[in-house]
Design a protein around this ligand. Structure first.
Ligand code: WTA
Length: 657
């Protein structure tokens, strides 16, 4: 079996076989790109993307912080780049969709078939009154119609806002209202762990007073169901429209989509991505990180509700004319080897997933993976949170069979595409280290004052990458406060990082954002939801390390009325499920008399975290109510459920390195 890596002086590097197939295999590219990143991206953009009209060279990159524009004034259509230009090889599969029920046949859509469906969907949206610049909300599970709907929006220049299907109605409603979506595309449901999940019921709840005029419902569960009023059957309506839709001519800087993400405040922010810059970064990062060639089959396991699903399950592979595999369900149903079976069956060559999934499979034991040869794999990727050394080694040995490089990609919803990772043809592949800034991008690790250091805050410096966010939807203030206030001319990633032998290791968030099973959650959003419960006075949420999920939220609640009980804890958890979604559910809720606060009334979450993780308590002097700390300590020590929450003392994921 071909080995794509080799070991030299204690580190893994690309083998000759990998160098031969890699798009980029000479490390000189970093120096060349860094000499003039604007020229570098300009040349790449011209080669990689089909433009209807090029930009004026002087306008390749314009920076007026806190905003910046790439390829200003250039014209293109994103959908044409993802579909029309591959029609020459129209029989090539664009999407392979694996449904959860094993008896159901997979759907394989060629580029031509996907193109036809997208064109029809685009015409349908137009028929419903959607115009260029209008927002469309998409609340769909991972089914082909999700990709069709997203691409259809890009064809007519509508701005899509995908909302994760596990989110609760309130979360959907807030997102619909913020972008004033005209149409909602949803489904009657989907399969999860052998059960039918009713998505439409949740969507209907969200729709009350939401301002949505029309709802397209994909018949995933019941093929022939008919709908009334503002509800229309996606499948049936599609049959009534024309087969071709002329692509809209868009400006490079026109917004293409909004994706809401959690920040440090209770309200999610609508991250805006433009058309041209995003296309360039999605195209090249997918191509170079995963070395995409004609025969490759890429499987990015992320849901389309997250940026990873946008860029590497749909857009990156399609821009490159590659086949992308997507699936319905969960990794361990019907059996714990579902993923490995899929890789062998469909000959997946590029596999991109999150550390939380890897840790879950490690827990299942090796017998499930040992049965599978996984010989089609060439490249493995990881994303979403720092990967610990045990997970890296297991991934490398058990999935990659010690022959595939692991590309540890650091990026964010805001960055649109990957930014820090080594390239497969260059290396080195070092456990727990993301590596180098993508050619043509620059990062700096700085201290509080913005001065360069080897351990501190991760920032991005000018010129900012083409795929970077184009602001926060209708909220300039939030954009400035979140990303530009701290370091002024540097983009604040809110991540911590360490420079080790010239390579970057990202250590995780430095703000009040948690990564729970790879999902991004704000402590404030969860607190607000808990506080909305009629028995709650106030609350504080802190994340603690978790062996599988990376982090898990723990809540401290002061009651307004009522008495602490197991029943109330359960009811608060289901309150969170109902209003935010089960991904946000705290693992444990402690009922306390008071929360540690400073004189100015600020809740000291750090102290709560230190108590939970058995760390030294600092800053008690600043508290107005230090006595409550002892009470909380006592409560935690005697709690039986908390004792069983796994790995609560594993306060450093990198401890063995
Ligand atoms: C974290 C996901 C360490 C980081 C693409 C970032 C990572 C946040 C890595 C963004 C990585 C992502 N190593 N940390 N390879 N990749 N992160 O917006 O804290 O869901 O700020 O985007 O995930 O999460 P988001």
């Amino acid at each position: 079996m071909t080995k794509y890596i080799t070991k030299k002086s204690g580190k893994y590097w690309p083998s000759k076989a990998m160098k031969e197939i890699a798009w980029v295999n000479d490390k000189k590219i970093y120096k060349q790109a860094n000499k003039n990143p604007v020229k570098f991206w300009s040349e790449l953009a011209k080669k990689g993307i089909m433009w209807e009209e090029l930009w004026d060279e002087k306008k390749t990159y314009i920076e007026k912080l806190p905003y910046f524009w790439w390829f200003k004034g250039a014209k293109l259509n994103f959908c044409v780049n993802a579909l029309d230009r591959h029609l020459g090889r129209s029989e090539k599969p664009a999407l392979i969709w694996v449904p959860e029920p094993i008896k159901e046949k997979p759907t394989i859509l060629t580029y031509k078939e996907l193109y036809d469906k997208v064109n029809k969907c685009a015409n349908l949206l137009k028929k419903l009154g959607v115009k260029k610049g209008d927002a469309v909300s998409i609340y769909l599970p991972l089914i082909p119609e999700a990709a069709i709907a997203m691409l259809a929006c890009t064809r007519i220049g509508a701005i899509h806002s995908v909302v994760f299907s596990a989110f609760a109605p309130d979360a959907l409603k807030a997102r619909i209202q913020d972008c004033k979506a005209k149409v909602l595309i949803t489904a009657d449901g989907y399969y999860r762990r052998g059960k039918k999940e009713n998505l439409l019921k949740k969507a209907k709840k969200a729709l009350r007073k939401s301002g949505i005029k029309k709802v397209l419902v994909v018949n995933r569960l019941s093929k022939n169901k008919t709908y009334f009023g503002k509800f229309l059957s996606f499948n049936k309506e599609l049959e009534k429209v024309d087969l071709y839709c002329k692509p809209e001519r868009m400006n490079s800087e026109d917004p293409m989509f909004i994706l809401y993400t959690s920040g440090t405040t209770g309200k999610p922010k609508g991250i805006v991505h433009d058309t041209g810059g995003y296309a360039v970064q999605a195209y090249y990062t997918a191509k170079w990180n995963f070395n995409l060639h004609d025969q490759d089959i890429m499987w990015c396991t992320a849901d389309i509700g997250w940026i990873t699903g946008h860029t590497y399950a749909i857009y990156g592979p399609l821009l490159n004319g590659t086949t992308s595999l997507i699936y319905e369900g969960t990794p361990d149903f019907p059996k714990q080897d579902r993923w490995w079976k899929i890789i062998d069956k469909y000959k997946v060559s590029v596999f991109y997933t999150a550390p939380t999934a890897i840790r879950m499979f490690m827990k299942f034991g090796n017998k499930y993976v040992n049965k599978h040869k996984l010989k089609s794999l060439k490249i493995l990727g990881t994303v979403g949170e720092p990967i610990d050394i045990d997970a890296w080694n297991w991934y490398f040995k058990k999935i990659g069979k010690s022959r595939c490089p692991i590309i540890d990609t650091w990026w964010q919803t805001e960055t649109g595409g990957t930014l820090i990772n080594v390239l497969p043809g260059i290396g080195p592949f070092v456990p727990t280290i993301a590596g180098l800034s993508f050619p043509g991008t620059r990062h700096a690790i700085v201290d509080k004052k913005g001065k360069k250091t080897n351990k501190g805050f991760l920032t991005q410096v000018s010129p900012f990458a083409p795929g970077m966010l184009h602001g926060v939807w209708k909220n300039h203030k939030k954009y400035v406060e979140t990303y530009w206030k701290k370091f002024k001319t540097k983009y604040d990633t809110s991540d911590g990082a360490i420079l080790k032998s010239g390579l970057i290791r990202v250590t995780g968030r430095t703000d009040d954002v948690m990564k729970v099973a790879g999902h991004r959650l704000a402590t404030a959003e969860l607190e607000n939801t808990i506080n909305d419960h009629n028995l709650v006075n106030e609350s504080a949420v802190v994340p603690i390390p978790d062996k599988i999920k990376g982090e898990t939220p723990i809540a401290f609640v002061v009651l307004e009325k009522g008495k602490p009980s197991e029943k109330l804890e359960k009811s608060l958890k289901s309150h969170v499920d109902k209003h935010l979604g089960p991904t946000s559910r705290p693992s444990k809720i402690f009922f306390v008399h008071a929360l540690p606060k400073t004189r100015s009334g600020k809740i000291m979450r750090r102290i709560l975290k230190n108590i939970l993780t058995n760390e030294e308590l600092k800053g008690l002097m600043t508290l107005v109510n230090p006595k409550c700390v002892e009470d909380i300590q006592r409560l935690i020590k005697t709690d039986e459920i908390f004792k069983n929450i796994e790995d609560k003392n594993a306060n450093n994921l990198f401890k063995k390195d």
